[in-house]
Design a protein around this ligand. Structure first.
Ligand code: 6R9
Length: 663
C-alpha cells in the first residue's frame, strides 16, 4: 500500500470538490437537499417539466402501495426527448462516438442519429411491429444497439435487451417471457479478438422454441468471418438483413404519442436464485429520473464526452449510456470490447484518443486495473477526465483512492453511485459540486429520495442528505426507500405477486432493496452488500464487505470474497477466498499474516477462520462476486444454479481445489 493511501485511510479524510469545479457545477448549492426533502413531488415535477411533453399531466404522483404512477395523463415519447429535440436544436452536436474492439470508429451527430433511428423504426413497422408490442434485442455493444432501443421507443414497442454474453437458453427464456415478436441481433460481435456468434445463438434459441417470434432483423457487423449466411440458414424464412430492410426505409417516422405510464422496456435481472425477474419501466417517470440524475451526478455539460463502460445489456447501459445522457443532449462514448484487448491499457487509450471527460465503471474493473499495475494508465494522457463514477458493488476504500489518485490524477471528484435495475436511476450518491466524499461511502441519498436504515422490526433512522439525523456509529441495518420516486419499477412482468413479496412485504409500505447499509456519525451511508451476504458471527453482524476491504488493504491482496460458513458454536465462521497480486506466494506464513491484518483492522471478532488462496472468483456476467456459490463450496454442498456466471468452470475448479486442500 502506498504511503499516501495509508495516510488517507487513517485520517478518514474527506475530499471536497475544488473551487474551480464548484464554480462550474450543475449543482453547487447544498440547499437543493433541503428543498427537495421539503417537497419531493415538486422537486420531481420540476425535472419532468424540463422534458418535452406532447400533453401535460394532470396529477404528478398517485401512490397506492406497492404501486406508484407518475405524471398521470401526460403524453410524451422517449426517443423524441433523446433524439428529435436535440436534432432540431443542435443537429451537428455529436450524440454517439463509437469504437469497436478492432479499432474501427464511428461518430453520429444528433441529426444523423434521428435519421437512423427513424429508418430502423420504419423497418420494424415493415416487419409488423406496432405500438404495444415487445422486441428483444441481442446485440454487441455497438451504436446500432442504442439505435435499436430508440427505434423501439419511437414506435411505442417495449424493448428487452438481452446481454450478448448470455446463452441461447437465456435468450429464449427472456424473449418468450416478454412475448417478443421480433428479435434484433447482429451476425456477431468482437470480444478479445474472437467473434461472438450472436446470430448462431439466436438460431439455437429459435430451435429451442420461440413460437411468437415472427422475424429476426440481423445487423451485419462482422460479415464473412461470422460464418452466417442468412439465405441458407435453417431459419432463413425468419431472417431479414438490416442492410436491406433498413436501407430501403425513409428517414421520416413520426414519434408515437405515449402515455407517461406506457411500457418503455423490460429488463431481466439475473438474480442469484430462481427465474430471472422481468423488471418493468415506463416512459415518463423513468426518463425523468435518468435525466435528472445524469445532469446532477455526472455534472453533464454540452462539451463533455461521457464514457460509461457498462454494456446496454445491463441497467447501467440503459440509464447512463442511452436514456439519461441523450435526454440531456450529451455525447456518449460506446466501446464494444474487452478492457485488455489488445492490451491492458485499452480504456486509457480510448480516453486519450477521444478525450473522454467522464468515466463511469465498476469496482470489479477498478480492482483488475490495480492488479494489472500502474504502467498501463501511466502510458496514456488522462488529463481530459474531470469526473469519475463507480457502480455495481460496494467499492473498497483502497480501490476508491487508487481510482481517484491514479486515474483521476487527484483532481477528479469520485461519485460512488448505489442503485438497482429496479430503481431505474441512481439513488445514493455524492453530488460532485456539493458533497465532500469519503473513500468507500456512497454518501447521501439523491435529492428527493428518502432512505432509511432499519432493523428487523422496521424502525430506524431516516436519511435524506446532509440535514439528516446522524446515525449511531457502527450500527447497520436494512436499506429501505420511504417514498415512491419517478423511475421506480412498475413491477415484475407477468408476476405481480413476486413484486409485492420481494420488495414490499418485509416492511409494508416501504421499498426493501435487499441490501445492508450502515450510517456513520456524520450521516454518511456505507453499503454493506446484499443482506444474504451479511454474516452473523457469535452474535455480531459483520459485513462481508468490511472484511474484504480489510483484506484488499494488504499489499499482497488483489481481490477478496468473504463468506459466513456454518459453525457449531459461533453460528457462522468467516471464510475468505483471496486472489494474490503478482509477486506474492501463497504460503502459510502469508495466510497467518492476513488473518492478523484483518483482526488488527476490524477487531478479533472479524478474524477469518480460514483463508483460501485461489486464482479466480466466481462472478456474474456483470462482474458481481457470487458469494452464494462460495458458501456452497465451503460447506461442501453441490453447487446451486450457476447459469448466471460469466465462467461456470471457475467455481467447479475452485470446488475441486478447495476439497483437495480440506481433505
Ligand atoms: C446498477 C446496478 C443492484 C445491486 C444492488 C447492490 C449492488 C450497485 C452499488 C452496489 C454498493 C454501489 N450495487 N451499486 N452496492 N455500492 N455503488 O448494479 O444494478 O445489476 O440491478 O444490481 O448491486 O447490491 O442491490 P443491478
Amino acid at each position: 500500500m502506498s504511503d499516501t493511501i495509508q495516510t488517507l485511510l487513517q485520517e478518514n479524510r474527506h475530499f471536497s470538490p475544488s473551487p474551480e469545479f464548484v464554480a462550474q457545477a450543475n449543482a453547487s448549492d447544498v440547499s437543493i437537499y433541503e428543498s427537495a426533502a421539503a417537497d419531493p413531488i415538486g422537486f420531481w415535477e420540476g425535472w419532468a417539466q424540463r422534458l418535452d411533453w406532447f400533453e401535460p399531466w394532470h396529477t404528478v404522483c398517485d401512490f397506492q402501495p406497492p404501486h406508484a404512477k407518475w405524471f398521470l395523463g401526460g403524453k410524451l415519447n422517449a426517443a423524441f426527448n433523446c433524439v428529435d429535440r436535440h436534432a432540431a436544436a443542435t443537429p451537428d452536436r455529436r450524440a454517439i462516438v463509437f469504437e469497436g474492439e478492432p479499432g474501427d470508429t464511428r461518430t453520429l451527430t444528433y441529426a444523423q442519429l434521428k435519421d437512423e433511428v427513424s429508418q430502423v423504426a420504419n423497418a420494424l413497422k415493415e416487419l409488423g411491429v406496432t405500438k404495444g408490442d415487445r422486441v428483444s434485442i441481442y446485440m454487441p455493444m455497438i451504436a446500432e444497439l442504442a439505435i435499436a432501443m430508440l427505434a423501439c421507443a419511437r414506435i411505442g414497442a417495449g424493448h428487452t435487451v438481452v446481454f450478448g454474453g448470455f446463452s441461447a437458453e437465456s435468450l429464449q427464456e427472456r424473449t418468450n417471457d416478454a412475448k417478443a415478436k421480433v428479435i434484433i441481433t447482429a451476425d456477431g460481435g468482437w470480444r478479445r479478438g474472437n467473434v461472438v456468434p450472436l446470430l448462431k445463438i439466436v438460431e439455437d434459441a429459435l430451435d429451442l422454441g420461440c413460437p411468437q417470434v415472427e422475424k429476426v432483423l440481423v445487423f451485419e457487423r462482422i460479415g464473412e468471418k461470422a460464418g452466417a449466411d442468412l439465405a441458407v440458414s435453417r431459419h432463413s424464412h425468419l431472417l431479414e438483413s438490416w442492410t436491406e430492410v433498413v436501407g430501403r426505409q425513409s428517414n421520416d417516422c413520426p414519434c408515437e404519442v405515449m402515455d407517461s405510464e406506457d411500457l418503455l422496456f423490460i429488463l431481466y435481472t439475473s438474480g442469484s436464485t430462481g427465474k430471472p425477474k422481468g423488471i418493468v419501466h415506463t416512459t415518463g417517470g423513468y426518463l425523468t429520473g435518468t435525466f435528472a440524475t445524469t445532469k446532477l451526478v455526472f455534472d453533464l455539460k454540452e462539451d463533455d464526452l461521457h464514457f460509461c463502460t457498462a454494456d446496454c445489456g445491463w441497467v447501467t447501459g440503459h440509464s447512463y449510456v442511452v436514456y439519461g445522457p441523450l435526454a440531456n443532449g450529451g455525447t456518449v462514448l460506446m466501446y464494444e470490447g474487452a478492457p485488455d484487448t489488445p492490451d491492458k491499457d485499452r480504456f486509457w487509450k480510448i480516453i486519450e484518443k477521444h478525450k473522454a471527460t467522464i468515466l463511469y465503471t465498476a469496482p470489479t474493473a477498478i480492482r483488475a486495473f490495480m492488479k494489472w499495475g500502474l504502467e498501463y494508465p501511466q502510458r496514456c494522457d488522462l488529463s481530459s477526465l474531470r469526473l469519475l463514477g463507480s457502480v455495481g458493488e460496494p467499492i473498497n476504500p483502497e480501490a476508491w483512492i487508487w481510482y481517484q489518485e491514479h486515474i483521476g490524477g487527484g483532481r477528479c471528484p469520485v461519485v460512488d453511485t448505489w442503485w438497482q435495475t429496479e430503481t431505474g436511476a441512481i439513488m445514493i450518491t455524492a453530488l460532485p459540486g456539493i458533497t465532500p466524499t469519503k473513500p468507500g461511502s456512497a454518501t447521501w441519498p439523491f435529492p428527493g429520495i428518502k432512505i432509511s436504515v432499519v432493523g428487523e422490526e422496521g424502525v430506524g433512522v431516516t436519511v435524506a442528505g446532509p440535514q439528516s439525523t446522524h446515525g449511531v456509529p457502527g450500527v447497520g441495518g436494512y436499506l429501505v426507500i420511504e417514498h415512491p420516486w419517478p423511475s421506480m419499477t412498475r413491477g415484475i412482468y407477468n408476476d405481480p405477486d413476486r413484486y409485492e413479496k420481494t420488495y414490499w412485504s418485509k416492511f409494508p409500505g416501504k421499498y426493501f432493496a435487499g441490501d445492508g447499509v450502515k450510517l456513520d456519525d456524520e450521516g454518511y451511508l456505507w453499503l454493506l452488500g446484499r443482506v444474504d451476504d451479511i454474516m452473523l458471527v457469535a452474535g455480531h453482524n459483520i459485513s462481508t464487505m468490511e472484511v474484504e476491504s480489510a483484506l484488499v488493504s494488504h499489499p499482497s491482496v488483489a481481490e477478496a470474497a468473504v463468506i459466513g460458513k456454518s459453525h457449531e458454536l459461533k453460528g457462522q465462521a468467516i471464510s475468505a477466498f483471496v486472489i494474490l497480486r503478482g509477486g506474492f506466494e501463497p504460503t502459510d506464513g502469508l495466510v497467518d499474516e492476513l488473518k492478523k491484518h484483518v483482526a488488527h483492522k476490524i477487531g478479533a471478532i472479524a478474524r477469518p477462520d480460514d483463508i483460501f488462496i485461489s486464482a479466480e472468483l466466481p462472478k456474474t456476467r456483470s462482474g458481481k462476486i457470487m458469494r452464494r456459490l462460495l458458501r456452497d463450496v465451503a460447506e461442501g454442498r453441490a453447487l446451486g444454479d450457476t447459469t448466471t456466471l460469466a465462467d461456470p468452470t471457475v467455481v467447479s475448479s475452485l470446488k475441486t481445489q478447495y476439497e483437495d486442500k480440506e481433505s
